[in-house]
Design a protein around this ligand. Structure first.
Ligand code: COA
Length: 181
């Protein structure tokens, strides 16, 4: 496994008009790694492609939900969602990352880490002091990935929304709050 950072990889927040890119990456991730997510490919394919336009516009500008996209030389190749669970102004609201995926062709080049850094930075700017993630117990690669980034288990477990036979665990990473944001 390579540990170098690939200079061709960049991350930026989704733009309002990128509904088709959101759909493309979401369906690609569900096709590639159905064991990892709380939704099925069939669910994603059932909905009208145009229905991704509204979430993209929201995720581009909202103070409580954002999507970050990974690019290799201008081509979208990865994604992560970041969101505040409740209303941003609620002091007990928990911050989450979800739907993290990096295309197989660009794995092990720190693209996942770049996405997580962008999502965590944005959540910290919204006032979050911790970042949470639900991870399928059988997704050993993801567990190792999150542990390497400083996440640890909270002890919370639940059935995966898309597959009740599969348990997932809640992981958390503590962060420094950005009080200048
Ligand atoms: C998990 C995932 C996002 C990692 O993306 P990536 O860009 O390959 O990860 P990075 O290159 O940033 O890896 C950073 C570190 O995570 C760990 N890691 C990543 N992939 C790993 C793997 N397959 N096995 C073990 N450790 C792994 C390593 O410690 C790695 O550091 P190293 O390269 O110095 O050893 C990617 O494998 C993926 O999309 N998997 C399918 C979807 C998925 O499981 N999503 C998570 C849902 S909770």
């Amino acid at each position: 496994m390579s540990a170098r950072i690939n200079p061709s990889l960049t991350v930026s927040r989704i733009a309002a008009q990128q509904g088709s890119v959101l759909r493309e990456l979401r369906t690609a991730s569900l096709r590639d790694a159905p064991y990892a997510f709380g939704e099925t490919l069939a669910d994603a394919l059932l909905v009208d492609p145009a229905s991704f336009d509204e979430p993209a516009a929201l995720q581009a500008t909202s103070p409580s939900v954002a999507t970050f996209l990974l690019y290799t030389e201008g081509h979208p190749c990865g994604i992560v969602h970041a969101f505040i669970e409740e209303r941003a102004e609620c002091p007990d609201a928990r911050a989450f990352v979800s739907a993290l995926w990096v295309a197989p062709a660009v794995r092990h080049l720190r693209g996942g880490e770049l996405l997580m850094n962008a999502a965590s930075k944005w959540l910290a700017e919204q006032g979050a002091s911790e970042v949470h993630a639900w991870i399928a117990e059988k997704n050993r690669n993801a567990l190792r990935f999150y542990e390497r980034l400083g996440f640890g288990p909270t002890g919370d477990r639940r059935a995966m929304p898309a597959n009740e036979a599969e348990p997932e665990q809640l992981y958390v990473r503590h962060m420094q709050v950005n009080r200048d944001a």
